[in-house]
Design a binder for this molecule. Structure first.
Ligand SMILES: Nc1nc2c(ncn2[C@@H]2O[C@H](COP(=O)(O)OP(=O)(O)OP(=O)(O)O)[C@@H](O)[C@H]2O)c(=O)[nH]1
Length: 337
């Protein structure tokens, strides 16, 4: 085999930090990408929001590529390579992997390092990490996953700078430089898809938890999970049929946020609303206001309403309970989970 390995770029960043938004922009700028989208839960929303264009998009639901679905990442990369070689896919020149917002990017590089077949055919080109200019500092304090993503980055991309004050951005930028002095720091808004071509010198792999370093620097206020404890971020999803009235949706959202408090780190949904043709896209990041956007049509003809919530904490069953309350509050009957 003489062909050059295909470059792989990892796009990571904490939950809701703007990965899919950036991915969509880049998909509009270049047509030579193959994309893999990894989602924490079984019900995907990002895949529906990703601008299709001509790019082949592979979906990896059900857990993080760094741990739960490492095997699926391996087979997805193999399949992509074989399909390209057989001419079944356009001759893409780069694979862009959007991780979940909870992923450890080193777990992704481990997949390539440990698999000889893949190592000959793919080359990790760079790790790009989005950091929310408003919510990023709190995420770094609360979630070890956010810290891992920042420390692993070759490029740190500040998102939502349009919503943050200058001093807020400045303070976060200084914190990021301290945490990862090796990484380049840029505004996501100014980062064009040409960034994907940049070859980053590969750093040595850091093994073991980085959390003690950060705790020492006074960055982590909450204890990190014990080694091997897995993520403390838990997804749950619900699908149902039937449109609901807009005011009932508003009430249900308010009740969900009251019940969940600051354990709710991410909420995404596509919901059928009475008198609307397409779905209402619902998004919220931590304590930020809920964003609602009517879409003109249901993606891929799948017109089930669906809602995904992601909770932080030690009780993996909590988000299921929030969705149970949601279902009862809205009297949803045709649950097709
Ligand atoms: N104002 C503003 N909003 C943004 C920007 N980037 C993303 N958002 C909003 O932030 C929310 C989350 O954006 P996504 O791109 O879905 O974030 P993500 O990192 O893919 O989210 P997960 O896949 O759930 O981890 C959405 O409501 C976006 O519209 C930005 O630069 N400015």
């Amino acid at each position: 085999m003489t062909a050059e390995p295909i470059p792989l770029v990892v796009l990571t960043g904490f939950l809701g930090s703007g990965k899919t938004t950036l991915l969509n922009r880049w998909l509009g700028e270049r047509a030579d990408l193959a994309v893999i989208i990894n989602e924490l839960g079984d019900i995907g929303i990002d895949q529906d929001l990703a601008r299709r264009g001509g790019a082949p998009i592979s979906l990896l639901p059900g857990g993080c590529v760094c741990c739960a679905v490492q095997g699926t990442l391996r087979s997805t990369l193999r399949n992509l390579y074989m399909a390209r070689a057989a001419g079944d896919l356009p001759p893409f020149s780069l694979v862009l992997l959007e991780t979940t917002g909870a992923a450890d990017p080193f777990g992704v590089s481990a997949v390539l390092e440990q698999d000889l077949w893949l190592r000959k055919r793919y080359r990790l080109r760079s790790i790009l990490t989005t950091v929310d200019a408003r919510a990023g500092a709190a995420a770094l304090r609360r979630h070890p996953e956010a810290l891992e993503q920042v420390t692993a980055a070759d490029v740190l991309l500040l998102t939502k700078t349009d919503q943050a004050g200058g001093s807020e951005c400045q303070a976060l930028a200084e914190q990021l430089r301290r945490l990862n002095p090796r990484a380049e720091l840029a505004q996501a808004q100014a980062a064009g898809a040409a960034l994907l071509n940049r070859e980053m010198p590969r750093q040595c792999r850091i093994t073991g938890s980085l959390a003690p370093l950060a705790s020492g620097a006074g960055l982590l206020r909450e204890p990190p999970p014990a080694t091997g404890a897995g993520h403390r971020l838990h997804p749950a999803g619900l699908r149902w049929r039937g449109a609901i009235a807009y005011d009932r949706l508003e009430q249900a959202l308010a009740a969900l946020r009251r019940e969940a408090g600051d354990e709710l780190v991410r909420l995404k949904g596509l919901v059928a609303i009475e008198k609307l043709d397409g779905p209402l896209l619902i998004q919220a990041v931590a304590g930020e206001p809920v964003e609602l956007e009517p879409l003109p049509a249901w993606p891929d003809g799948d017109d089930d309403s669906r809602l995904v919530v992601i909770a932080a904490g030690d009780d993996p069953a909590r988000p299921e309970r929030w969705l149970e309350s949601w279902r009862r509050r809205l009297a949803l009957t045709e649950d097709s989970r």
